[in-house]
Design a protein around this ligand. Structure first.
Ligand code: PMP
Ligand code: GLU
Length: 398
């Protein structure tokens, strides 16, 4: 009998973030109390005016297939939003609305990358990037960054990683999993290398609205002239408006690329959910107070989480500038016993913490950074407090 699985699928790793969240749910279903700091998903409900717009769309019969790449009203709303916010003059023809930002990433790499072409991905990286690149036939080239450089890629590192096969650089700022964020100046220095080496850039800017303190988000194509022609921005409503289940993301790309992504979508998924598209219009056109309120709450949690981490001897974590994750260096707590059991790796540490104390986190190795654990602070203050009390108990259980 022939092998059943294609080579691409046989090599595919499941998403570690979703796998840890599923493990936490399983344990919960068995009756254990579990606090999940695994999944990066706002714990807030989608704001009422957005849900109302969805109900209205349904009542008006907007429940059929739409244009494959998204309804024109939503594309207009996205363009207007970007023009106001970043001064970028995108047209509806540059936009593809998809089933979440993850789907946008699949579209981008499928349309952009030929077999064997390389995509530079700075580590720590979000779990899905390398797998999506490989599925598209591309080769992820991982470049390690350090805690000392705030987990940011330098222009020298970028230049050194380029080969004749390099097609694209992937940048995620603010970053999942580290919370670091590039300044305009830093992006400018990277852009100079991008232009010199004639690269494409995929700028994942999905956390752009979740930025703390006086840190300022800068959108990649704004830092040098001409970058809009070689950049694809990925964004969406999932994080900003607490709409992870609605599955709406979008990309901005040069029109010929956007057109092909629309064709791809027309063959693969027909269109994004019609009702969710109308909800997304309400999100972009409605009051942005809900975003400010959620961000203020995340900001308080971020301060609290940082303070708890810094109070534990031997743990370290860079200041999170954006997103809602703490990327904690646990290496000093590896290679020792916990309640008589030897724990060597970040994976074992995370599994043991879940088993023993019911706190779910994600191992750094899933993000290309062994020796770390990612903790999502998209959880209530009360749960965060309980989780850190339990983590402290765990660490002291020699
Ligand atoms: N990019 C990053 C960096 C993310 O953290 C996520 C989280 N899911 C996504 C893309 C995908 O978002 P969506 O839920 O809209 O598919
Ligand atoms: N992006 C979120 C995370 O990193 C959601 C899970 C996922 O899409 O993998 O936890």
């Amino acid at each position: 009998m022939q092998t059943q699985l294609s080579r691409r699928i046989a090599a595919l790793q499941p998403s570690a973030t979703l796998a840890m969240a599923a493990k936490a749910k399983e344990l919960k279903a068995s009756g254990r109390k579990v606090i999940s700091l695994s999944l990066g998903e706002p714990d807030f409900n989608t704001p009422a005016h957005i849900c109302d717009a969805a109900a209205k769309a349904m009542a008006q019969g907007k429940t059929r297939y739409t244009v494959a790449s998204g309804v024109p009203e939503l594309k207009e709303a996205i363009c207007k939003f970007y023009k106001n916010r970043h001064g970028l003059e995108y047209k509806p023809a540059n936009i593809t609305v998809s089933n979440g930002a993850k789907h946008c990433l699949h579209n981008v790499f499928t349309v952009l990358i030929d077999e064997g072409e390389e995509v530079i991905i700075p580590a720590p990286y979000w779990v899905s990037y390398a797998e999506i690149v490989k599925l598209a036939g591309g080769v992820p080239v991982i470049v390690e960054t350090t805690e000392a450089s705030d987990f940011k890629l330098t222009p020298e590192q970028l230049r050194a990683a380029c080969t004749p096969k390099t097609k694209c650089l992937l940048l995620c700022s603010p970053s999942n999993p580290t919370g670091s964020m590039y300044s305009g100046e830093e992006l400018g220095s990277l852009a100079d290398v991008v232009i010199e080496k004639d690269l494409w850039v995929l700028a994942d800017e999905i956390y752009e609205n979740l930025v703390y303190g006086d840190n300022k988000f800068v959108s990649f194509p704004t830092v040098r002239p001409g970058l809009m022609d070689r950049t694809i921005i990925v964004n969406g409503v999932s994080k900003t408006y607490a709409m992870t289940g609605w599955r709406i993301g979008w990309s901005f790309a040069p029109a010929d690329i956007a057109k092909k992504m629309g064709s791809l979508q027309s063959q693969e998924t027909s269109c994004p959910c019609s009702i969710s598209q109308y909800a997304a219009i309400a999100a972009l056109e409605g009051s942005q107070d809900c975003v400010k309120e959620m961000c203020a709450e995340f900001s308080k949690r971020r301060d609290y989480v940082l303070q708890r981490i810094n109070a534990i001897d031997g743990l370290s974590c860079p200041n999170m500038r954006g997103a809602f994750y703490a990327f904690v260096n646990i290496s000093r707590y590896l290679g020792r016993e916990y309640g008589g059991k030897m724990i060597e790796t970040d994976m074992d540490w995370c599994l043991e913490l879940l088993q023993k104390k019911g706190v779910a986190t994600v191992m750094g190795s899933a993000f290309g950074a062994p020796g770390y654990a990612r903790l999502s602070f998209a959880n209530s203050m009360e749960e965060l407090k309980q989780a850190f009390d339990l983590i402290e108990e765990f660490l002291n259980d020699r």
